[in-house]
Design a protein around this ligand. Structure first.
Ligand code: ATR
Length: 292
């Protein structure tokens, strides 16, 4: 029931009509009986400043931020979480109202979502983590992992130079921060088997196997994996990607791609509401809207 006391949350992006977040967030809000509603807002690039100002004016309590605004929104915010600042992208904004003032803080829960998805299966503390790919998703996940108590990070990419420059960026940024982590290395794709032999966790951030290219061969095959490896593909369409199938063949533990989507939303919910999110209910709503 929407009434005079209903609080507003939402997501801004362009395009926005395909967002899964309203289904997932409203299911969570309703199940806890919270007088909140979560809405999609179609915001064009040249209206981003108006959107943030307007949200403050309207008393909106929280926003998710999606493509293409994740980096451009940063200058409009009062404070940025240190990991989001290193990643250079914000997907969650919390608006605090008090004494006529509004305080905005930006977070990045995307990569945190990946971490928490993996932590459903195993603690990442002191683990050796291998990341495939060196694009935007890899960068965010690499920073998040490096700041979260792992032992070692290995980055492998088709274009080795990109893996190397990501490694260098991580090293120089992490040295300046409170997160003192240096054990990050870049390797050629040909070294994957050797690297995986001593890895605990593999995260594939490449789009290989994503619908409609569902039969594309993954970089990591079953013969390169071992039973104690936890394998996460961030692709979630289809759920059973070619990489997930290889991991199952090797009797490795698998972490489905949709879990990252789930836990980024769970974390946003927790940031806005300051309470534990109903994971099972939000997961069911997400799976329903994804059609899996
Ligand atoms: P995102 O922002 O989603 O991470 P991206 O920045 O385009 O997307 O990065 C995609 C990553 O997947 C890149 O590291 C890319 O490798 P290159 O740097 O060599 O281009 C990797 N990738 C994409 N398709 C690939 C393929 N068919 N084989 C191997 N790597 C692939």
């Amino acid at each position: 029931m929407i009434d005079g006391k209903t609080n507003i949350l939402g997501v801004i992006g362009d395009p926005i009509e395909h967002t899964f977040s309203p289904a997932m967030q409203n299911a969570g809000l309703q199940s806890l009986g919270l007088n909140y509603v979560y809405l999609p807002f179609h915001v064009k690039g040249n209206r981003l400043s108006d959107a943030i100002g307007g949200a403050k004016g309207l008393g909106i309590k929280g926003l998710n931020v999606t493509i293409p605004h994740k980096s451009n929104v940063i200058p409009f915010l009062d404070d940025i979480d240190p990991i989001a600042r290193m990643i250079g992208a914000v997907n969650t904004i919390k608006f605090d109202y008090g004494d006529g003032e509004v305080f905005t803080k930006g977070f990045n829960t995307d990569a945190y979502g990946c971490l928490r998805a993996i932590e459903e299966k195993t603690s990442i503390k002191d683990k050796k983590v291998t990341i495939l790919g060196a694009g935007g998703a890899s960068r965010a996940i690499a920073f998040q992992m490096a700041c979260s108590g792992i032992d070692e990070l290995s980055i492998l990419n088709r274009n080795y130079e990109k893996a190397k420059s990501l490694k260098e960026e991580l090293r120089s940024n992490l040295n300046k921060q409170e997160y003192d982590f240096n054990n990050v290395n870049a390797y050629e794709i040909d070294d994957l088997k050797r690297v995986l032999d001593s890895s605990d966790i593999l995260i594939d951030t490449t789009p290989i196997g994503m619908y409609p290219n569902v039969n594309d061969k993954p970089i990591a095959s079953a013969d390169m994996m071992h039973e104690d490896l936890v394998v996460n593909d961030i692709v979630y369409t289809p759920m059973e990607t070619s990489l997930i199938k290889e991991a199952k063949k090797a009797n490795a533990e698998v972490v489905y791609g949709y879990k990252m989507l789930l836990y980024q939303g769970i974390r946003s919910f927790e940031i806005w509401l300051g309470k534990e999110a109903p994971v099972n209910i939000m997961e069911k709503a997400l799976l329903d809207v994804l059609g899996i």
